[in-house]
Write a new protein. Structure first.
Lengths: 314, 363
């Protein structure tokens, strides 16, 4: 085996998977280094779940190669299962069991790992330890699912959309937990369609669309790669006469201008020059300025720039 | 937070003293407990498996309890016939006018109407598809002939059957036991598996190192555990309340129950091997069980069906189970005497189980 530098936790080569007439994964390559938190970011239907489930050994690929912790599913399935922690997207654990009973059941499958009570404390569910799973809130269920992934003290953690459907507070709580595992030196592969989640948690991100990786790097690298630092957004919906867009493009420091549902979005490199010039231009056209907003460019803007669509369009 | 993090660091976990392996932490024990908990915490399941068969046995036992022979109402139109018929104690004779008697017969108030026919004969009018009518005909004719001076050439006497073992309830309890073994094996297996697949819990389980055969074995163990309770309740109820006999050997009976449960468990596994929804599973289970409830002799003898159907009926697992249980409980038959039934049950198990495993889908 070639000496991997830096050491790789996961290497995926030329992965393909088609369902009937839909190509879910289309020649995907991926490398996840040991100890990093790697994010697969993309809209629903981009092939994230299929990819992660092939890596988890739950779905067979049509072709391609997956090497996990230096092993392959075909030859080392039993050992891999002991060393992985997996959270699936849509598992509903049995409603009739208590939290403790559920964890104890999952714990019984692994040779090594912390005790049930310890794992429950880890995901901050001590108070619910004797409560039925059916009585948990969405966030608590998700933390229980995470606990089930942690009972075997895994080296590699797969999290498929860990915070989908949760309220902001529950999401932040879960992010806090995932960050702890990063600090503990675990390797994590997570999928998400929340760009803020990827920016917050991931060391590196692969942006996926239509079964392919269309961009790869640290969140900062990706944002810088589109050459835009800021996004200026304003509403021109209430104007008496239509806004004349082309002059906006010639403002210094403006890279691109798009209109969307009556809003104008400008990708801007130098905010301090562009904003005064914009106000001047609108004044000249006699268009009143309402709802001016600016934000630093995000992974969402990267996705929009690369595909012309939003992450959550679908 | 840092101390929490430390507890999950792999190297530190490894450095800890090896966890004491207790039996309760064995995956098979945990999976079996999970099955049992899922069942015990479902009040409806408890009702159908434990309470319902007892209600049914109690209700039917009361409805078909042995009563003194019923007195049949008949009508006649002449005083001569009325006095002749009145000598039979099992007949309640009413003398009516011809139109009233006609009306009483037509509306079923009387089972039979005796009228004088031409030339001193007697005409009985009754519905011969009604057992009461036929009985009334025999009693009435016998009374009329005797009144006219017939002497019986052979003297006869009656010995009445009130023995446990030959009553309807004795016939019913082994039937209900067989039905209960079938129902609980198929429902508990089918629902638990389909529900787990529907919830994607099964997919989550195979994402762990859980040995897959443990998952299926755990159903076997929880089934056997439940079996002991189920069978004891129903047989205990029958034996104490209705004095239903247990003439065969109890170990044989236990073996029969286990074999029956395993055969139906395999059938349940086959039914649920691919089904994705509870609705589809219910439909399929009813499709399989309903015909057997009717033809396999739970409530009345399977012999009542036409001879041409008997080979098919005998090949059904519930027929075999019930016949074997009745043989053991009522006739005290040993295993050798119910060998054909054992063979049928075994054959179903041997056919269904490998097929179910072959078809089985974990997601």
């Amino acid at each position: 085996m070639p000496d991997p530098t830096p050491p790789l936790g996961l290497r995926v080569r030329n992965l393909r998977k088609a369902y009937k007439d839909v190509v879910a994964v289309d020649g995907l390559d991926l490398e996840v280094r040991l100890g990093e938190c790697f994010g697969l970011l993309g809209p629903n239907g981009a092939g994230k779940t299929t990819t992660i489930e092939i890596c988890e050994g739950l779905t067979a690929a049509d072709s391609g190669d997956v090497e996990l912790l230096g092993m392959r599913w075909s030859s080392h399935a039993a050992e891999l299962r002991q060393r992985l922690g997996i959270q699936l997207q849509e598992t509903q654990l049995g409603d009739k069991l208590t939290v403790f009973e559920t964890i104890r059941l999952f714990r019984s499958f692994f040779h090594h790992g912390p005790g049930a009570a310890e794992v429950i404390a880890l995901v901050q569910l001590e108070e619910k330890s004797n409560g039925r799973v059916g009585s948990l809130s969405g966030g608590q269920k998700q933390r229980l699912a995470l606990a089930c992934a942690l009972v075997g003290d895994p080296e590699f953690l797969f999290l498929d959309e860990p915070t989908t459907g949760l309220d902001p507070q529950a999401r932040r709580q879960l992010w806090g937990l995932i960050e702890q595992f990063k600090l503990a030196g675990r390797t994590i592969l997570l999928t998400t369609h929340y760009m803020d989640e990827a920016e917050q948690l991931c060391d590196r991100v692969a942006i996926m669309d239509h079964g392919k990786v269309i961009s790869l790097g640290t969140p900062r690298e990706l944002i810088t790669s589109i050459g835009v630092e800021h996004v200026v957004e304003f509403s021109a919906g209430g104007a008496a006469r239509a806004l004349d867009v082309p002059p906006l493009r010639s403002i210094e420091g403006v890279r691109d201008v798009r209109t969307e549902n009556g809003n104008v979005l400008m990708q801007v490199t130098e905010l301090h020059r562009a904003v005064p010039a914009l106000i001047e231009e609108l004044d000249r056209q006699g268009v009143p300025l309402t709802e001016l907003r600016t934000h630093s460019a995000t992974l969402e803007d990267v996705f929009v720039t690369l595909t012309g669509r939003h992450l959550r369009d679908e | 937070m840092s101390d929490v993090t430390a507890t999950i660091r792999p190297e530190e976990a490894a450095a800890k003293a090896p966890r004491q392996t207790v039996l309760a932490d064995h995956p098979l024990v945990q999976l079996t407990l999970t099955n049992l908990r899922g069942f015990w915490r479902e009040p409806e399941a408890l009702f159908w498996v434990f309470i319902f068969p007892i209600l049914l046995a109690g209700g039917l036992g009361l409805a078909f309890r042995n009563r003194p022979a019923e007195v049949l109402k008949i009508a006649t139109v002449t005083p001569e016939l009325a006095s002749a018929l009145g000598k039979e104690k099992l007949l309640d004779v009413e003398r009516l006018s011809a139109p009233a008697a006609e009306e009483a017969l037509r509306t079923g108030k009387v089972a039979l109407l005796a009228e004088p026919g031409p030339g001193g004969t007697v005409v009985y009018r009754y519905d011969n598809t009604n057992p009461e009518g036929r009985t009334a005909r025999m009693l009435a004719d016998s009374a009329v002939q005797r009144a006219a001076g017939r002497a019986d050439p052979v003297a006869s006497s009656d010995q009445l059957m009130r023995e446990p073992g030959s009553r309807y309830i004795d016939f019913l309890v082994p039937g209900l036991l067989g039905m209960n073994l079938m129902g609980s094996a198929i429902w508990s297996m089918g629902f638990a598996i389909v529900d787990s697949r529907r919830r994607k819990l099964m997919k989550r389980l195979i994402a762990t190192p859980m040995p897959k055969h443990y998952y299926l074995l755990s159903f076997l163990f929880s089934r056997l555990f439940m079996l002991v309770i189920e069978v004891s309740i129903l047989l205990g109820f029958g034996a104490f309340i209705f004095k239903v006999p247990l003439r065969g050997s109890l170990p044989d009976l236990a073996l029969l129950c286990i074999l029956t449960s395993l055969s139906f468990g395999a059938l349940g596994l086959l039914i649920s091997s691919r089904v994705q929804t509870i609705e589809a599973a219910s439909g399929l289970m009813n499709l399989v069980m309903m015909p057997m409830w009717i033809v396999s002799g739970v409530f009345f003898s399977a012999q009542r069906f036409p001879d041409a159907l008997q080979p098919v009926i005998k090949a059904l697992p519930l027929t075999a189970a019930i016949n074997a249980l009745r043989g053991n409980m009522l006739q005290g038959a040993g295993l050798a005497q119910v060998a054909p039934e054992l063979a049928v049950l075994g054959a179903w198990m041997v056919m269904c189980f490998p097929l179910a495993l072959w078809l089985f889908r974990w997601r």
